[in-house]
Design a protein around this ligand. Structure first.
Ligand SMILES: NC(=O)c1ccc[n+]([C@@H]2O[C@H](COP(=O)([O-])OP(=O)(O)OC[C@H]3O[C@@H](n4cnc5c(N)ncnc54)[C@H](OP(=O)(O)O)[C@@H]3O)[C@@H](O)[C@H]2O)c1
Ligand SMILES: [Zn+2]
Ligand SMILES: [Zn+2]
Length: 351
């Protein structure tokens, strides 16, 4: 069992727009070290961030770009210092390396390391080289960020926990979602449908806030006590102003109505947590709208939080709703994702 010298993935060769054209691309991965593992990819989820990157939506991306950072695979090459063995099932999320020695890393907040935050794809490897991601046959990364994948979870069904899951789980936990708390999850997509499940698993009274009335039945099945359709914001405010302890927002809608709508829905001392990352700046807001409220954002989760999330997922049966596509149909799958068709995560599987 070993890995080939070259890996093959499905890459964008230039900025993409609304129809995603991803073509086979073979590349030589960076040199293997004893700290690394190579995994043969068994499943690779499609995250909303992949779409932004392929479109150069946040900033200019590097091309060719193989994206994908919800990776589950089997270790086919294990460095002596990687902490893994051949045949182990492991998973990589959106981050594949950090400095490991700064105060932030030592406090197990590697996802906020400022010294060496290396993204699973598009991450800098120095001298202009960069990482390629999981829409591929193999992935090479440091064993420290290859998280043991629990036996109780299925690679295809659960790979989206690696980014979509931990991105909602980590802040829900950190900001105290639990019994006696009211949590609103804005945007019922890949992240949001997991946000509903994790919020309920943590014991919070959970509400879905969606601009799609058609998702009501699903949101109830995913754990929402009630579904609030946000089309008529005035009517929602009349009923729910000052209602939530926590709002976790996974939507990336432009002109996000923070001061006029979302912040007033919070109780005093409530927390609004931004997960979704619009391609435009947030609108300006009146300073008064933040009084008594906390507005924060949250970036994925640390390896320790991924492990903890796995335990919660196994214990409470958190289960992503997925549709699979063969890996060579990656472009088609991303196009459908961009069109809002995922119910609620697309997963690429090798042919
Ligand atoms: N902070 C982090 O660490 C992190 C990690 C992963 C992803 N993200 C970001 O989180 C966002 C969501 O990712 P995802 O994978 O969950 O995407 P997704 O599956 O497309 O879900 C996004 C949801 O946002 C809602 N929405 C409201 N207005 C929208 C609009 N104008 N256009 C599109 N969607 C709108 C929709 O839900 P309703 O129909 O229910 O309104 C949609 O299902 C992305 O911006 C992604 O980059 C951030
Ligand atoms: Zn660090
Ligand atoms: Zn992601």
């Amino acid at each position: 069992m070993t890995s080939p010298e070259q890996f093959t993935g499905y890459a964008a060769f230039e900025q993409q727009h609304d129809v995603f054209n991803l073509k086979a691309h073979t590349y030589i991965p960076r040199p293997f070290t004893e700290k690394d593992v190579d995994v043969r990819i068994l499943a690779s989820g499609i995250c909303g961030s992949d779409v932004h990157i392929l479109r150069s939506g946040w900033s200019q991306s590097k091309y060719p770009a193989i994206v994908g950072h919800e990776i589950v695979g089997e270790v086919v090459r294990a460095g002596s210092d990687s902490g893994h063995q051949l045949g182990d099932m492991v998973a990589f999320g959106a981050q594949c390396d950090s400095c490991g020695s700064c105060e932030t890393c030592k406090n197990q907040l590697e996802n906020y390391c400022r010294k060496k935050w290396t993204a699973t794809y598009q991450g800098s490897l120095g001298k202009g080289a960069y990482t390629q991601g999981g829409y591929a046959d193999y992935y090479r990364g440091p064993g420290r960020f290859a998280i043991k994948f629990p036996k109780g979870l299925d690679p295809v069904t659960h790979c989206s926990l690696l980014c979509g899951g931990v991105t909602v789980y980590a802040p829900l936990k950190a900001y105290g979602a639990g019994p006696g708390k009211r949590v609103g999850v804005v945007g019922i997509g890949g992240l949001g449908h997991l946000g509903l499940q994790f919020s309920k698993a943590l014991g919070a009274e959970t509400y879905a806030l969606t601009h799609s009335a058609s998702k009501e039945k699903d949101a109830l099945a995913l754990g929402a006590k009630k579904v609030i359709v946000t089309k008529d914001q005035k009517a929602v405010l009349a009923e729910y102003a000052g209602f939530f302890d926590i709002i976790i927002c996974t939507s990336f809608q432009p002109n996000m109505p923070l001061s006029s709508f979302y912040l007033p829905l919070l109780k005093p001392r409530g927390n609004f947590i931004l997960n979704g990352l619009p391609e435009e700046d947030l609108p300006p807001m009146k300073p008064q709208s933040i009084l008594g409220k906390s507005l924060t954002g949250s970036l994925i989760g640390s390896p320790a939080e991924i492990e903890e999330m796995f335990e919660v997922a196994v214990k409470h049966g958190v289960k992503p709703w997925v549709t699979t596509y063969p890996m060579d149909k990656a472009g088609e799958a991303v196009t459908a994702m961009h069109e809002g068709k995922a119910r609620y995560r697309f997963v690429l599987v090798p042919k």
